[in-house]
Design a protein around this ligand. Structure first.
Ligand SMILES: C[S@@+](CC[C@H](N)C(=O)[O-])C[C@H]1O[C@@H](n2cnc3c(N)ncnc32)[C@H](O)[C@@H]1O
Length: 363
C-alpha cells in the first residue's frame, strides 16, 4: 500500500484495521473492482461490530501495513469459492462462473462472504500467514517492449533472468500478443493478449530469440500444479475478467514454454549470474523493489554494476525494470552495457497496462 497516508491510523487496533480495509476498498474501486470495494467496506463495518471478520482477523490487527491484510483475507475466501468449497459465495464471483448482483453495495455477496468467514474461518485464517502472491501478466507489456529495444541495439540471442519472479509467467513475454492501433505485435496465436497494451510510439520492430528463461523468488509458485494455479488465481479480484483471462492464458503457455524457477533471494540470483559471449543477458524485475530492505537494495545495485562492468560488445548486459516511482506511476527503465546507457522508455500503472511509450531517440 505504497503512498497510503498513515495519519488516519489511530485508535484501538480494530479501528485502525477497519481504516485499512476501507483504504483497500477505495483502492480496489479505483483499480476496477467494485465488488471488492463493496465487500471490504462491509467487512470493515463487521470488524467494528465484532462480527465474523473480527474473529478471523484476531491476532493480525497489528500486522505491518505492507502485508496487505485485506487482500490476504479476500484471497483465502476466493480460494474456497474457486475450489468448490463455498458455492454460495461462488454464485456472486464471475471468476467462478457466478454473477455480480445489480443491487448497489453487493448485499447478497456480502451475506455469502460473511457466512464463509463465520463457518470456514479456520481455512481463511490459513491464508493470513503468507504474503499475497500475485504474478501480474499485464506487466509483461513493459518487458516485451523493453526486449524489442534491446534487440534493436544488437540482434543477439537473449538469456532472460527475472528476480522476484513469483510463478515466472512473464518469462514467456515474447510469446504474448499486443494488439495495437497501427498493427499487432508478438505471436498472433498467443493465448495471452495484452489488449491496448501499448500507447504512443511502439517499440522498434526487432526479432526476439529468447534462449534461456530463469526466475528466482523467495517463495516461487509452480504454475504447472493445481495448487499453484489456485493460489495465483485466488489473489486476482473475482470481477476482473481480463486479468483472469490473461492469467489463465499464461498458465497454458507455461505448459508449452519451459522456464527454470529457483527458490532463492535476488542477491543469490545476482551472485551466481554471469554473462555469456554471443548473447544478451537481460535482468528484469517488476513491482518487486519495494519488498527489499536497504541492504538487499544495495546488494542488487552492486550486482548490477558488477555485471555491467563485465559486459563486452559480444557478452552484453541489459537491466530492465518496471517499478513504482516516488512521483507516481511506474517508469519502464532500461540500461545497457557496455557503456551503461540509461533510458526511460515509457510509463505504466502498477498492474502494467497500458504502457505509454515515450519517444526515445534511437542509437
Ligand atoms: C508483488 S510480487 C511481483 C511478482 C512479479 N514480479 C510480477 O510483477 O508479477 C513480488 C515478488 O517478490 C518476491 N520477493 C520479495 N523479496 C524478495 C527477495 N529478496 N528476493 C527474491 N524475491 C523476493 C515475492 O516473493 C513476490 O513473489
Amino acid at each position: 500500500m505504497a503512498g497510503v497516508d498513515t495519519s488516519g491510523l489511530s485508535g484501538p487496533p480494530e479501528v485502525r484495521t477497519a481504516t485499512l480495509l476501507r483504504w483497500q476498498a477505495d483502492a480496489c474501486r479505483e483499480l476496477g473492482s467494485p465488488l471488492y470495494g463493496d465487500l471490504l467496506t462491509r467487512a470493515a463495518g463487521d470488524l467494528i461490530a465484532g462480527g465474523p471478520t473480527a474473529e478471523v482477523l484476531r491476532g493480525h490487527l497489528d500486522d505491518r501495513l505492507s502485508s496487505v491484510l485485506a487482500l490476504r483475507l479476500l484471497g483465502g475466501a476466493h480460494a474456497l469459492a474457486l475450489s468448490g468449497q463455498a458455492p454460495e459465495l461462488a454464485a456472486y464471483y464471475p471468476s467462478c462462473g457466478g454473477r455480480t448482483e445489480s443491487e448497489p453495495g453487493s448485499p447478497l455477496a456480502w451475506a455469502a462472504l460473511r457466512r464463509v468467514l463465520a463457518e470456514q474461518g479456520d481455512s481463511v485464517r490459513g491464508w493470513l500467514d503468507r504474503p499475497p502472491q500475485t504474478n501480474e501478466v499485464g506487466r509483461a507489456a513493459a518487458l516485451l517492449g523493453g526486449l524489442r529495444f534491446i534487440a534493436a541495439d544488437a540482434l543477439l540471442p537473449i538469456r532472460l533472468v527475472e528476480v522476484g519472479t513469483s510463478a515466472g509467467l512473464n518469462l514467456r513475454a515474447d510469446h504474448f500478443r499486443v494488439p495495437g492501433r497501427a498493427g499487432s505485435y508478438g505471436n498472433p496465436d498467443s493465448p495471452v493478449v495484452l489488449a491496448d497494451g501499448w500507447l504512443g510510439d511502439p517499440p522498434p520492430v526487432s526479432r526476439l530469440q529468447v534462449v534461456e528463461r530463469v526466475g528466482g523468488d523467495l517463495a516461487p509458485i509452480d504454475p504447472l500444479t493445481g495448487q499453484g494455479r489456485l493460489t495465483l488465481t485466488a489473489y486476482v479480484w473475482p470481477d476482473q475478467a481480463e486479468r483472469l483471462s490473461r492469467l489463465r492464458g499464461a498458465f497454458d503457455l507455461a505448459e508449452r514454454v519451459p522456464a527454470e524457477l529457483r527458490a532463492e533471494s535476488a542477491s543469490d540470483t545476482l551472485a551466481r549470474l554471469t554473462l555469456e559471449p554471443g548473447s544478451w543477458t537481460v535482468l528484469w524485475h517488476s513491482i518487486f523493489r519495494q519488498y527489499l530492505s536497504e541492504t538487499q537494495r544495495t546488494e542488487l545495485a552492486e550486482g548490477v554494476v558488477a555485471l555491467g562492468m563485465a559486459a563486452t560488445s559480444t557478452a552484453r548486459f541489459a537491466y530492465l525494470y518496471l517499478e513504482q516511482s516516488r512521483q507516481g506511476g511506474c517508469p519502464v527503465t532500461l540500461t545497457t552495457w557496455p557503456g551503461g546507457h540509461r533510458r526511460v522508455l515509457g510509463t505504466a500503472p502498477a498492474h502494467g497496462l497500458p504502457v505509454r511509450w515515450l519517444t526515445v531517440p534511437r542509437r
